[in-house]
Design a protein around this ligand. Sequence first.
Ligand code: RIB
Ligand code: CA
Length: 314
Amino acid sequence: MARKFIIDTDPGVDDAQAILMAHAHPDVDLLGLSVVSGNVGLSHTLTNACHLVDLMREPVPVFPGCERPLGPRGEDAAFVHGSDGFGDLSLPEPVARPEVEQAANALVRLINEHPGEITVVAIGPLTNIAVALLLDPQLPDKLDRLVVMGGAVTGKGNVSNISAEFNIYSDPEAAALVFEAFDQIDLVDWEATMAHSYSFKVLDAWLASGTDHAKLFDRVSQAIRKFVVSEHGERLMRAADALAMAVALEPQSIQASSQCAVDIELTGSLTRGQTVVDWDSRTSKQPQCRIVTAFDMDRFLHLNEQAFKPFRAS
Ligand code: RIB
Ligand code: CA
């Protein structure tokens, strides 16, 4: 039976890859994209989500979410993904249009319509998930799985607070609410992302498929490739959201993980947004996170490659 997915997302280049991976997977019924601001502002992340839906074999609803975090506004990632979040290609307006229904309301509605059946894959700041929790505090009991791309579990982050990662750092208050409310989260952090990087050469081989989505991704990904080479001097893709999606699609391909309690630092001047991990169970806190530390690399590459092949008939 097809597994029901909702992807909460701030597209974003690696978000696009993750969404295409889910759409290409034969066992996934993609119920919707709940969109949040993050990499860039909500107007752009919504447009980018609609561009992806235009490529799909059947319409997937795009739900507009929060245009700001619960706490103070932070930095965006336009310097990585392009000012429009999709490589600044001046693409024509997409055909697909966002729904009127707000993302948090859609999350609550769909999860209550399909109790125990939905996997939510959260690959942006957790603002929409937090608002949905405020609307329906019993939400965690009604989900099949929550997979989160976020955090840096030993403090090797990617934002100006060096021990924090972008999705968590963008809305630590939302993350704290989510990590407190759920008793089981599959967590894919930035350090796991770095450990599962792959070369531009591998990506280019996939994009040689010549499909419309491969062509779009090739164009959209040029900005992030330039950033990675200029900033890090290496021709490697760090596809954080794609790794989180791989964990959502094939949990059986997780090769190593740790079950730990994870808290979110809210007040540290140096550490706000840090994921603080109780590695040695020294607190009495619920070890709510399965921290994924190793995923079968061959399977990860395979799932990525499927994203760019011709879509199967629906
Ligand atoms: O830190 C990586 C995360 O931040 C990814 O979700 C990427 O899309 C950005 O949102
Ligand atoms: Ca993202």
